[in-house]
Design a protein around this ligand. Structure first.
Ligand code: MBD
Ligand code: FE
Length: 311
């Protein structure tokens, strides 16, 4: 069907009508964005001669994506979430803002409401026979390199099966297992006592993995730990680090890996005295460096729907 109809008056009028582009009311910004995206879709159908069968396969896919609750997972897998980071990095650079721990994507598995402890928090609640103890600690520093008191380091990560509490299909974890937050004291220090995570894999029967299969990609992440770091007078930092040595570090399906976010993992003993499940444990030292507000504002706050629970 080698026809071109996109530039006809009929189609352009149809696009304007569908988004009420020239009518009053509605949300002007939404109309602008919807008109552009719908127009780009119409144009792609014309340019690539996308068939009705292909269009209906796509529509059906959107239904499955929603049924599976995986739209945010797909956004990570398609690099859309990474793209937003690239744009925020570029905006910072253009504004002359540099320094600070690099941001990387939040991902879809955060749960608000984790308990906040002072200085140290042990966040493994449920036993996990296959996971050894891990201590994560460091200092939250300000742009001047000095420790920040009263900063909150919030952390979440997977268990030894790569499953996150609250989203675990096996139901094996309490809501805030492997999730917690620590407030720094005058020395700016935080410490999280937990268990070693394993990398996440997309649900094998889900819509995201279905799409990845169709382009011959895997849906796995290296083992990693997520952080939000917040403090009055600084911008909120959203980041993660990877567990050194994971073979997928440079093959993350969500593109979150950054050179500066692969701290060394050190073998230590003395875990028994810290209340860990074994005396031998892994230790990761990781300092955070926060950036200043821009004209008194945090210009990198991202509002998105997030799960929440009560601890
Ligand atoms: C994760 O754990 C994650 O961090 C991302 C970005 C996507 C899926 C699972
Ligand atoms: Fe994750």
């Amino acid at each position: 069907m080698n026809v071109k109809v996109f530039d006809t008056k009929e189609v352009q009028d149809l696009l304007k009508a569908a988004t009420n582009a020239e009518g009053a009311g509605g949300n002007a910004r939404f109309k602008q964005v919807l008109g552009r995206l719908l127009g780009d879709l119409f144009k792609a159908i014309d340019d690539l001669d996308i068939t009705p069968d292909e269009v209906w396969a796509g529509i059906h896919y959107l239904n499955k994506l929603g049924q599976d609750g995986e739209a945010a997972l797909l956004a990570a897998g398609l690099g859309l979430e990474k793209y937003l980071d690239i744009r925020m990095d570029a905006a910072d650079k253009a504004a002359g803002l540099d320094g600070g721990t690099p941001r990387t994507i939040e991902g879809p598995l955060y749960v608000a409401g984790a308990p906040v402890r002072e200085g140290v928090s042990k966040i493994d609640i449920n036993p996990d026979a296959d996971a050894g103890p891990l201590v994560i600690h460091g200092t939250v520093n300000g742009p001047d390199g000095k420790p920040v008191a009263g900063a909150v380091v919030e952390c979440w990560h997977a268990n030894s099966k790569g499953f996150y509490s609250h989203f675990d299909p096996t139901g094996a974890q309490d809501d805030f297992n492997l999730r917690g937050a620590v407030r720094t004291g005058a020395d700016g220090k935080y410490e999280i006592r937990t268990l070693m995570p394993v990398g996440y894999g997309c649900p094998p029967q889900g819509a995201t993995q279905q799409l990845l299969d169709a382009v011959a990609r895997h849906g796995n992440r290296p083992a990693h730990v997520h952080f939000f770091v917040t403090s009055e007078g600084h911008r909120k930092l959203t980041t993660q680090f990877n567990i050194e040595g994971d073979p997928l570090i440079w093959d993350d399906f969500a593109y979150a890996t950054r050179e500066e976010l692969i701290p060394h993992v050190v073998d230590k003993t003395g875990g028994a005295a810290l209340g860990l499940k074994a005396d031998a444990y892994k230790d990761i030292a990781f300092d955070f460096s926060l950036t200043t507000l821009v004209q008194g504002k945090d210009n990198q706050i991202v509002n998105r729907p997030r799960a929440a629970a009560t601890a």
